[in-house]
Design a protein around this ligand. Sequence first.
Ligand code: MRU
Length: 364
Amino acid sequence: MGKPEIKTVEWHGDSVWLIDQTLLPAQLAIVKCRTVAQVAHAIKSMQVRGAPAIGVTAAMGVALAAHLAASACAGHRSGNGEAAVHAAVDAACRELGVTRPTAVNLFWGLERMRSVAEELRGTGTEAVAAGLAAAAEQLAAEDEATCRAMGRHGAALITDGDGVLTHCNAGALAAVTYGTALGVVRAAHEAGRDIHVWVDETRPFLQGARLTAWELQQLGIDSTLITDNMAAHFMSQGRIQKIVVGADRIAANGDVANKIGTYALAVLAAHHGIPFYVGAPLSTVDWDVPDGAAIPIEQRDPDEVTHLRGAPLAPDGMAAAHPAFDVTPHTLISAIITEAGVLHPPLAASLAAVRPAAPAGDAT
Ligand code: MRU
């Protein structure tokens, strides 16, 4: 029997359970969030990270808020009980909405929960809480189906014998399970392609070294870890035939915000004539943002650059910058792999063609 699938985030009826990604690969431990504040802390501190995982976790945080408010007023049959649940949902959306600014899936997940809460208005305290819990679980199930569909579409782009470079972690740990960009790699491997994965370590948070390397080992996929500054060397040596990365936010014109260092890889790929693919669900597209210049870039604590797990890497007092993401212009992207298929340039038109219909009642 194979290893059980990784479940990055799970709803447990009265709590949200997460794999603590700050402890991997040394320790596989679960954090049990019993309050909205704990969920917000888990997102902000990157115990859970990766755009789709953040979106589903935030949705479960809203379900938790509704559950806690409904439990607090259990027994009340008046309209006030339901009002308290809606107030808790609004407060949770505010608290969770300021945890991380770049991955649009966070705001997408919160918006989905807000609209479900609206649809359930007037049905009573327990019905609202139960409906929101079901909606959060539904988002988690959709995420898995979406990742598997992306894998099926994207695997066709990977050829036997390919060296495939990936950056950051866009695997099961960045989603609910299976993964986006790494899901494509996994699907190619499952389809029997003989591939070798080159894993960028991804300074400064080391998602590649700590998380992607760990996932590839679990999956038994042939791989080599490199430091970020080795990528050009291996491209020039003909060892890398494809690059597949994830995305945190895609603008309507196809510009892609992803983990810092992605843009450099896209420039290198263009120089070496290597196809550069982005794997992302349509929930990562921000249709309101016309181009990458309008995507907010998270600035994280410079200590994450000057220190490694508390140990200093630089002289005391050294100034450091830490933009957590960069924007790759659409002109450098060969295709975007989505659950609706592989989208080729011109990306603005290909994206517009698969834009999901707005839910009824949504004027945007
Ligand atoms: O800061 P992180 O670790 O949340 O950044 C994650 C990434 O940049 C991923 O590539 C992106 O979210 C896609 S994950 C499927």
